[in-house]
Design a protein around this ligand. Structure first.
Ligand SMILES: *Cc1c(COP(=O)(O)O)cnc(C)c1O
Length: 465
């Protein structure tokens, strides 16, 4: 979360004026903005003030930057409201929430082809970041245990991953003192490959992170090729390195759209997998999942026990208290959609992403980097010689309410700047068509402005009454 520093007092800015329409006349006054007022106010007035403050946030449905769910059915919203007062960690008080969490873990383990004979184990988390931290911690502890059992020092561990990893992996490495071996990406591969990964591995490598759905361009990393290369390394040099798959987005996409792609527990080298329930799992923010293929992959001394129905339940988490609402909403979606429902939702997102890729590439100025073949996201850059930047395009789209991020690719590709559009449940064909229309208008206008910099922009004639 952002660290909020104390703000210096600009004159007047530290008072919040209650607008007359939000208050009874008797309540009209101004109150301090940055410290508690001496007295409170009626609930409707407080509601209106907070509601109005939040008007300046962007429109979540038009936010094409995020992978996180921005639309749910009313019934799912209702379940969340009903269960938001329940604390996930109180397994004893809310055993049925714990039961639903357990069912979700089983469903995901099955979806990711864990073998029930191996006793897969998992839990819900606050999001994929926590899932990645837990996955990384288990890798680190296992490596250390192996090293120490062999009489070798368990120091200076490293983790191998592409430079395109999500920031949570750099956070994991910094917080737990693990050397982050970021494998450079390049024009040929915008993500990790088997060859490049192998070159960075040694006997201090606790694991390789493979991403199913790179956040930069949506591409799936070749998990099975990476696993095969690590199999060879184990056979030839005795260095046995497990894989954690960061399937934040892809964990809820590939099982439905790419069932023949072996990226999951079908590969014996995959020790653990995380996914975001709040991305293509279709739940509002606040839930992720992590599953280990077997007990051996999750060292027992990382597990804590909490009271549960007169007994104890094992837990593994970085947080303690957490709302139970997201688990209820996740289970709702599993019931509501089933396998086929998830497939239809994700296929529709992929169809729209591919259609957008075609339309955008035919506009002229853009070259596609990815076209929705991995997770339903597309990334595109400007052709050489186009007289404006992707940052200009992003800003022009903002005037129509669209939030389409422009950013630079990871190290070694940072001279490439791209725009990215994430297609999610709730972004339908009509919105997609509007986006293409607005993109066409924006590029026409930017092109005209660049061609005639001293005249008013094309389309901006005098104001007509
Ligand atoms: C979104 C994402 C994360 C972080 O997940 P949160 O659920 O936002 O905590 C990690 N890795 C990848 C690949 C992601 O896309």
């Amino acid at each position: 979360m952002p660290l909020h520093r104390h703000r210096s007092r600009r004159s007047g800015a530290d008072r919040l004026v209650i607008q007359p329409q939000a208050a009874l006349l008797a309540e009209m006054r101004d109150i301090p903005r940055f410290r508690l007022a001496d007295t409170g106010m009626p609930p409707d007035t407080a509601y209106q003030i907070v509601h109005d403050e939040l008007l300046l946030d962007g429109n979540a449905r038009l936010n094409l930057a995020t992978f996180v769910t921005t639309w749910m059915e009313r019934q799912a919203e209702q379940l969340m409201a009903e269960s938001s007062a329940k604390n996930m960690i109180d397994k004893d008080e809310y055993p049925q929430t714990a039961e639903l969490e357990g069912r979700c873990v089983h469903m995901l383990a099955d979806l990711w082809h864990a073998s029930p004979d191996e006793d897969p184990t998992g839990c819900s988390t606050a999001g994929s970041s926590e899932g990645c931290m837990l996955g990384g911690l288990a890798l680190m502890r296992r490596w250390r245990d192996r090293r120490e059992a062999a009489g070798m020092p368990g120091e200076r561990p490293n983790l191998v991953m592409g430079a395109n990893v999500q920031v949570c992996w750099e956070k994991f490495c910094r917080y737990w003192d693990v050397d982050a071996r970021l494998v450079p990406v390049g024009p040929d591969a915008t993500h990790l490959t088997a060859d490049t990964a192998l070159a960075y591995c040694d006997e201090r490598t606790i694991g390789v992170v493979a991403i199913l759905g790179s956040t930069y361009d949506g591409a799936y990393e070749p998990v099975s090729d990476i696993a095969a290369a690590l199999d060879t390394l184990a056979a030839q040099e005795g260095i046995d390195i497990p894989i954690h798959v960061d399937a934040a987005s892809g964990g809820f996409v590939a099982p439905f759209l790419d069932p023949d792609l072996a990226w999951d527990f079908r590969l014996p080298r995959v020790a653990s997998i995380n996914a975001s329930g709040h991305k293509y799992g279709l739940v509002y923010p606040g839930i992720g999942w992590v599953v280990w293929r077997d007990h051996a992959a999750l060292p027992e001394d990382l597990v804590f026990r909490v009271d549960y129905l007169g007994g104890q339940m094992p837990t593994f988490s970085l947080n303690f208290s957490r709302p139970g609402a997201q688990v209820a909403a996740q289970y709702y979606h599993f019931l509501r959609l089933g396998f086929d429902g998830y497939r239809v939702v994700q296929q529709s997102c992929r169809d729209i992403a591919r259609w957008l890729a075609e339309q955008i590439s035919s506009l002229g100025p853009f070259a596609m980097l990815s076209e929705g073949d991995g997770i339903p996201a597309i990334a595109f850059r400007l052709h050489e010689g186009v007289p404006y930047t992707v940052f200009d395009v992003s800003e022009a789209l903002r005037t129509r309410g669209w939030l389409v991020p422009a950013y630079r690719m990871p190290p070694d590709l940072e001279d490439v700047a791209v725009l990215r559009v994430v297609v999610r449940n709730g972004f339908g064909w009509d919105l997609a068509q509007s986006l293409v229309d607005d993109l066409r208008r924006a590029t026409t206008r930017l092109g005209a402005a660049a061609a005639a910099p001293d005249t008013p922009e094309a389309g901006h004639t005098a104001f007509h009454h």
